[in-house]
Design a protein around this ligand. Structure first.
Ligand code: AMP
Length: 224
């Protein structure tokens, strides 16, 4: 199954992608995470990504399309994958179609997490990530069961993304409206777009996604 998760920053794409990954054994392909890995690696691409991310703007289409092209060629993508944060522009959507067509693959669905923009800044400013395993948390909506300790790996080292500040978030929202929203009709016209209420509680959003995907539950009982 090949899925795209779409929605503005803070809509919950990463949270839902990780859940789908756990339940359906499909790798999560997050261009944001891949770029943050480049930043951590300290190379030229990482330096470029750090500078772009700080502004809230987008990396050049050919760079992210190149990263995705390499990633989907990996062994673990043979059974499908979940795209989180890609495509974000019309050119990226077209590049993805070309990449998939070249492999004889097709998209199964595009899940759009719809959210109230007013709520996004609050959502984003409370976010934290486990520095060890990357699990996402939120001060209010998804705190760890034991304060300061990751539920998934037990590490006690959390970080906040440098681009999760109010100014950058406003720019990321502007970029989403200007460059990413215009690709929705592209998928809608092909009958691929499924709209999900991203304002619902995390477990409800997951259930809506399962319904949108044809009611197929994961291969693990729901924990919600
Ligand atoms: P994310 O983690 O998806 O919110 O992405 C964080 C930042 O990485 C974005 O604000 C962009 O600067 C960059 N980025 C991630 N994915 C893409 C993409 N598909 N195209 C261009 N830039 C991207």
């Amino acid at each position: 199954m090949i899925l795209i998760l779409l929605g503005p920053p803070g809509a919950g794409k990463g949270t839902q992608a990780r859940r789908l990954t756990d339940e359906r054994s499909l790798p999560q392909l997050s261009t944001g995470d891949m770029l943050r890995a480049e930043i951590a690696g300290g190379g030229a691409l990482g330096r470029q990504a750090a500078a772009v991310m700080e502004t809230g703007r987008l990396m050049p289409d050919e760079i992210v399309a190149g990263i995705i092209s390499k990633r989907i060629a990996a062994e673990d993508c043979v059974g499908g994958f979940i795209l989180d944060g890609f495509p974000r522009t019309a050119a990226q959507a077209e590049a993805l179609d070309a990449l998939l067509a070249a492999k004889g693959l097709a998209l199964d669905g595009v899940l759009l997490l719809e959210v109230d923009e007013e709520a996004l800044v609050e959502r984003i400013s409370g976010r934290a990530i486990c520095r060890n395993c990357g699990e996402g948390y939120h001060d209010r909506f998804k705190p760890p069961a034991e304060s300061g300790r990751c539920d998934k790996c037990g590490a006690r080292d959390f970080e906040r993304r440098p681009d999760d500040n109010a100014d950058t978030v406003r720019e990321r929202l502007r970029v989403y409206r200007g460059q990413t929203e215009p690709i929705l009709p592209y998928y809608e016209a092909r009958g691929l777009l499924r709209r999900v209420d991203g304002m619902a509680e995390i477990g409800d959003v997951a259930r809506q996604i399962d319904v949108a995907l044809g009611g197929a539950a994961g291969n693990r009982p729901s924990d919600g």
